[in-house]
Design a protein around this ligand. Sequence first.
Ligand code: FAD
Ligand code: NAP
Length: 328
Amino acid sequence: MSQIHSQIHSQANTSQTLATNLLILGSGPAGYTAAIYAARANLSPVLVTGLQPGGQLTITTEVENYPGFATAIQGPRLMEQMAQQAVHTGTRIEYDLITSVDFSHGSPFHLMGDSGTTYKARSVIIATGAQARWLGLPNEKRLQGAGVSACATCDGFFYRGKNVVVVGGGNTAVEEALYLTHHAAHVTVIHRRDKFRAEKVLQERLFNEKKISVLWNTIVEDILSAGTPPVVTGVVLRDIQNNRQYSLQTDGVFIAIGHTPTTSLFQGQLELDSEGYIVIPTPRSTQTSVPGIFAAGDVQDKIYRQAVTAAGTGCMAALDAERFLSGL
Ligand code: FAD
Ligand code: NAP
């Protein structure tokens, strides 16, 4: 755990009530950026980290596309810097997990922490992110960052001139495969059915791309590695039509089988779309279906899902919350 994240103390089993102008849920780029802006607006925000202080970027290595760093920055280090900046500007950080919310009576809102703390907040920014879905293979987790990835935009650069596979058949898989052709020598898309669910226009682009081939009706049964530290060397596949198992050499495995937004807490409290993402009814805003509750980052974004876009919407949410609070 990083320096500042290890210094954040839990409110273990207290039953205190913590009142605040603004409660921010989540310590990824969206949450910390919202905190920095809100603290600089003298809102004295409280940020609850959740179980993954620093968010998704703490499980990656080099981040090369976050502006401001001449070369790469390690994901955990970037998040450490954001946490320090949030504290420096005046954010109170709580190492806690929000376990239930009540948005039904309007502002002030009541939220319960796993620690026993009740949070009473005049406004709330939800930045609880989304988690990539994984296949659940035994070697998949072990090889994350060593050839297994769920983000081509983030990691594609490391596969210049190499062979990679992409698993999935939706828009994300097809877009990731197309993106990877800018770097990789060859991209093999592995899909469990004989049809993509991706939009036709994307499919056409993929079928016209000479660097891409598709293995239909095929599932990945294992990921192979070699060396110390280990790097991916191949995948074990099964053709589900004839049940044949075989290996394919590859340098990288990109899993693109969808994301799950972290929103189960908000079911029945906020409008969510059919995939569980928080709905922002008005374009160019972060206001959710409940006035005073704002959402930023991956929890409301199924298209871009980048650290910089999460940070951007975090900034927007803080500015929207400031406007809401001054109107109360
Ligand atoms: P997240 O980073 O997902 O953070 C969510 C936060 O919410 C966490 O702190 C969690 O603890 C907290 N939380 C969840 N539930 C609760 C709760 N109930 N109470 C309180 N807190 C809660 N993007 C890039 O731009 N460049 C990259 O190189 C890059 N690499 C990536 C590599 C990997 C392996 C992955 C998985 C993603 C990568 N991404 C990259 C995507 C990027 O990490 C995300 O777009 C970004 O982190 C989203 O930020 P966020 O703040 O919305 O949410
Ligand atoms: P998705 O549409 O849910 O597609 C997931 C794909 O992964 C499907 O093809 C599915 O196969 C496959 N899959 C799921 N679980 C699997 C498993 N365990 N093993 C093997 N394959 C598995 O997810 P997505 O592509 O991430 O897209 C999510 C949403 O974001 C969609 O609404 C999409 O339109 C949107 N999106 C839009 C854009 C854009 O507009 N440019 C870009 C990206 C995403 P089956 O087909 O057999 O179910």
